[in-house]
Each structure stands twice: as C-alpha cells, then as structure tokens.
Design a protein around this ligand. Structure first.
Ligand SMILES: O=C(O)c1ccccc1N[C@@H]1O[C@H](COP(=O)(O)O)[C@@H](O)[C@H]1O
Length: 209
C-alpha cells in the first residue's frame, strides 16, 4: 500500500520518513497553510531522497502556470489538487504536465458529494478523500465517516486521508480498502514538525500491509 506523509518542511525529516517506509512525501504549496514551503525549501527537502519516493506538491485553487512552474523547479513527481478544481481544470493540467501524477482531493461533505468523484476519474491518476471542514482546506485532523466509504470503489486508485493517526489506522483499514493512505497532523508535534516516533509507530502498526 502507498503511504504518503504530508506537510514536510525539514530536509532531515524528509530523509528519515522515507527511511521509515513512506512511499510518498507531500509538500504544502498553499500559502495560507502553517505547513507552507517555498520552492527552495522543497528543493532542499527532496535533494537527497531516493528516486523511488514520490514527491507530491499540494495546491488549492492555484493557476496552471504557477503549478507547472513549481513542479518543474522543485522536481515534484505529482500534484495534489486540494481546492475546488473542476474536472476540466484537471484535464487542462494533464495537458501541461503529462508525466506528472495528478491527485484530486475531495473534501467529502456527505454521501451525495462523494458521488461527484466519478466526474474526475477520467482526468486524474488518483483520487484522495479528506474530511470537510468549513474553515480549513486541509491538515485539519478531522476524520471521515469510514462506514460511508465502504461502498466507495472508483475506477482509479484512491488514498484515504483525514485525521489518520497511528492509533486509528488499523480501525480505519478494517473498514475501508484504499490503495494508499495519507497522514499529516496525526504524525506531528506541531504544524510542519513531524514526530518521527509517531511515524515509526505508524509503520509498526501497518505491519506488512
Ligand atoms: O496540511 C495542510 O496544511 C493543508 C493545507 C491545505 C490543503 C491541504 C492540506 N493538507 C492535506 O490535508 C489532508 C489531511 O490532513 P490531516 O491528516 O487530517 O492532518 C492531507 O491530504 C494533507 O495533504
């Protein structure tokens, strides 16, 4: 299973988290986030990473030119769209960045909203389900109703996100079977400062999954 640890700000933590077993690291390119990193910070954080580790930039309602420039300058391998981007926007982004993984995050409000995920599957590589929060875009620590996701079976791979921690991950994965998981605040000491003990505990609890 893919395991993405998001909201990395420090190069040493980037290497350590990859060594512990993460398959992808996420970098927040949303200026209003306390986990925001500049292109220079991303360059420093990915410089020593093994090439097999995916480097995902998280954007929200950013224009295609800015996303493309950030991807090229930072050496990102994927883009996570965490705002209100339309399927048409995802299609246009794919034309600009054909080699880059496009992940569309859905901040799921309810069962009906979940059904709109189907509108994206033709235009993205991967979906990501996060919990809805009225004031914040992401990194909220809020969990989804996992039971509501039991029937979720899109025609593309998907990540489960939203308030996952080493303490609830086994329970979450006993209810849903995503292709990957994404954690941020659940493995932190404070926004952007990851707790390596919590990351190690996460991989211990995941075992051979
Ligand atoms: O982490 C942020 O600050 C952030 C800001 C803007 C958009 C997305 C953000 N993070 C994403 O939020 C989810 C869930 O985070 P958490 O585990 O509940 O803390 C994750 O996909 C992050 O990529």
């Amino acid at each position: 299973m893919r395991v993405k640890i998001c909201g990395i700000t420090q190069p040493e933590q980037s290497i350590a988290i990859a060594s512990l077993g993460a398959t992808a690291l996420g970098f927040i390119c949303v200026p209003t986030s306390p986990r925001y990193v500049t292109i220079e910070q991303i360059q420093a954080a990915v410089a020593q990473l093994p090439s097999k580790i995916d480097r995902i930039g998280v954007f929200a309602n950013t224009d295609i030119t800015e996303i493309s420039q950030t991807v090229v300058k930072s050496g990102l391998t994927g883009v996570q769209l965490h705002g209100d981007e339309s399927p048409e926007f995802c299609y246009q982004l794919r034309q600009s960045l054909p080699q880059v993984e496009i992940i569309k995050a859905m901040r799921v409000r309810n069962r009906e909203h979940l059904q709109t995920a189907a509108n994206y599957t033709k235009f993205v590589d991967t979906l990501l389900l996060d919990a809805y929060h009225p004031q914040q875009l992401g990194g909220t620590g809020k969990t989804l109703d996992w039971q509501m996701l039991q029937e979720f079976s899109p025609s593309c791979p998907w990540f489960l996100a939203g308030g996952l921690t080493p303490d609830n991950i086994v329970d979450a994965l006993s209810q849903v079977q995503p292709n990957g998981i994404d954690l941020s605040s659940g493995v932190e000491r404070s926004p952007g400062d990851k707790d390596l003990d919590k990351v190690a505990l996460l991989f211990q609890r995941l075992g051979d999954r």
